[in-house]
Design a protein around this ligand. Structure first.
Ligand code: ARG
Length: 585
């Protein structure tokens, strides 16, 4: 289904063609959603855009365009200010939109014209350490972007590039051999791995000999020692179990789990070819990628300013001790994704602190002929109420599982207060749905680039910009239908939109198909989150102003249809954010 915005755009383009205006190939007759409804529902500044091209006064151009526009019943157009064309959608067109939405399985959202192969690299925690609160952002944002782009029609591959290789395994292997408590491992493997990791970390700081031992264990593992390989394998397995328990709770899944170790065999030949092709050379014993010297040093990720002069900032791909690293693996990963998955785009949903790594990675990839669009999708930090990064009482980063438990417990207190009519089993399930939904919505309603304060009380509140507010809005829609003693056949409804409250809500419902594609412009799910809040507010105003059950005939059917569509879009939109919607609260 074409959106109203899309229809207007098409009609405007036709009008321009009809006037015999010869347009530059990349010209778009853009129609925007009006910021101020007093001027109509949509607005175009196309006349101003054509001013230079035609050498005419924009108002004159706008007048000619409006005269040749064939809008039919869709909208009326008038001219304002220096030459804006304002469109007001007719009540007939709104009614038709409602009818069409009722029968549309895509909720009015058009599919993209040219689907692309998009790889989304997200979550990617480091194995043998539990996921901490910092992983919330990547996991939730990445999951939502995957769901949205896939619904829009792209071919999406999700890949959990877990950190299952690297220096931490020297320490873990040492700990496994010397400190492991088998019973604790059986009871809670991930906690036991964390315990030994922390203990060894501490020992290493106190005792050089232990540090040396850890290094040896790592060298043995990298050299293919059977015992160490076996320990590594076990660590990865139990870690995956622990991670999966969290992903199940979060309702997040991946097509692939190609962690760092997956690329081990490809690193030596890759590094050889980097050297042969002149992309890398030796420096202080290490093999490094340097600047391509093709851009201004200010834009060059391989340069930094030191003492007022530009110096090299190389990317190490083979350390002096011969080991490969994170960077080497990421270069191999790009190759793999291009070759095996035919990626047109790769999105890396990773902490903003890794920006330099990705700039370097993208630069070297482009120099090696990668024609896919590589994008770092960064995000800021989660803060505690004191405004500093969220920490536990001992100063550690809180574990993700604990954070989720806290959110669920907090939502349980709200439910105990408000939902007396539910059984305790229902309450428990609801607390999980609301608690997890709250964590996700708080994340997704913020601009990912900003830091935000993690305030449990605020995020599970029924009032405010929260998940429960949206979940409750939908429950309110559903409860209207529970009070009805007839089944409505929405296929037969012929809507009549007359009242302001009806128009406003219809406008918001129609907007779903218009705003959802915008999420991908900047990879910002908060555009969808904020739309859903607006939709819910519009629904509540409609509900106050326009009685539903007490109305009659076509009016009643129309209003029920609006409730139905609100409920469908709330459920679908929350679903794209990875948030579940309970039927009762
Ligand atoms: N494991 C890394 C970390 O926790 C994130 C990996 C992101 N993905 C990538 N291809 N580098 O910092």
């Amino acid at each position: 289904m074409t959106t109203i915005q899309g229809q207007l755009q098409e009609k405007l383009t036709n009008a321009i063609t009809k006037l015999g205006i010869d347009l530059p190939a990349d010209f778009r007759a853009a129609v925007a959603i009006s910021a101020d409804l007093r001027f109509g529902d949509y607005q175009s500044n196309v006349a101003m855009m054509l001013k230079k091209h035609l050498g005419k006064n924009p108002r004159e151009i706008a007048t000619e365009l409006v005269e040749s526009l064939e809008l039919g019943d869709l909208a009326t157009a008038d001219i304002a200010g220096p030459g804006f064309i304002n469109f007001r959608v007719t009540k007939e067109a709104w009614a038709e939109k409602v009818n069409a939405l009722l029968g549309d399985a895509r909720y009015g959202v058009p599919s993209v014209v040219s689907p692309q192969n998009i790889v989304v690299d997200f979550s990617a925690p480091n194995v043998a350490k539990p996921m901490h609160v910092g992983h919330i952002r990547s996991t939730i944002i990445g999951d939502s972007l995957s769901r949205i782009s896939s619904f829009l029609g792209h071919n999406v591959t999700t890949d959990n590039h877990i950190g299952d290789w690297g220096t931490q395994f020297g320490m873990i292997t040492y700990g496994w051999k010397n400190l492991l408590d088998e019973a604790a491992l059986a009871a809670d493997p991930l906690q036991e791995l964390l315990r030994i990791y922390r203990a060894v970390n501490k020992l290493c700081k106190e005792d050089e000999a232990v540090k040396e031992q850890c290094k040896l264990e790592l060298v043995k593992l990298q050299g293919g020692d059977a015992e160490n390989a076996d320990i590594w394998q076990k660590c990865v397995e139990v870690s995956k179990l622990g991670l999966n328990a969290i992903y199940d709770r979060l309702d997040v899944s991946f097509d692939y789990w190609h962690g760092e170790s997956y690329y081990n065999d490809q690193l030596a030949p890759l590094v050889d070819s980097l050297e042969k092709e002149g992309h890398a050379r030796e420096s202080n014993g290490a093999l490094c990628v340097f600047s391509g010297e093709a851009v201004d040093p200010k834009q060059d990720p391989f340069k930094e300013k030191r003492d007022d002069a530009w110096s090299d900032l190389p990317m190490i791909v083979r350390k002096a001790d011969g080991a490969f690293n994170y960077a080497t693996t990421d270069i191999a990963t790009v190759d793999f994704r291009l070759k095996e998955w035919n990626a047109d785009k790769i999105w890396y949903v990773v902490d903003a602190r890794q920006a330099l790594h990705f700039r370097q990675l993208f630069d070297i990839s482009a120099r090696r002929g990668c024609d896919a669009e590589l994008e770092h999708v960064p995000f800021g930090t989660i803060l505690g109420k004191d405004g500093t990064p969220l920490k536990t009482r001992d100063g550690d980063l809180p574990q993700l599982g604990d954070v989720l438990n806290d959110a669920v417990a907090q939502s349980r207190t709200v439910i105990d207060e408000k939902s007396d009519h539910l059984s305790s089993e229902e309450k428990e399930e609801l607390a999980e749905t609301i608690g997890i939904g709250s964590v996700k919505f708080t994340e997704l309603s913020h601009n990912r680039n900003s830091d935000y304060v993690f305030d449990l009380e605020k995020m599970v509140a029924l009032q405010g910009d929260t998940a429960p507010y949206l979940q409750y809005s939908r429950v309110r829609c559903l409860s209207i239908f529970r009070k009805l003693d007839e089944e409505i056949d929405f296929a037969k409804v012929s809507a009549q939109i007359t009242e302001d409250g009806e128009i406003s809500l219809t406008r918001m419902l129609a907007r779903y198909g218009e705003i959802l594609p915008n999420v991908l412009d900047d990879l910002r799910p908060n555009i969808l989150a904020n739309y859903l809040l607006e939709l819910a507010r519009s629904f509540h105003s409609f509900f106050e102003a326009c009685p539903v059950l007490q109305s009659e005939g076509e009016t009643k059917l129309t209003r029920l249809a609006l409730c139905e569509l609100t409920s469908r879009i709330l459920k679908h939109g929350l679903g794209l954010l990875g948030i579940k919607t309970p039927d009762r609260m």
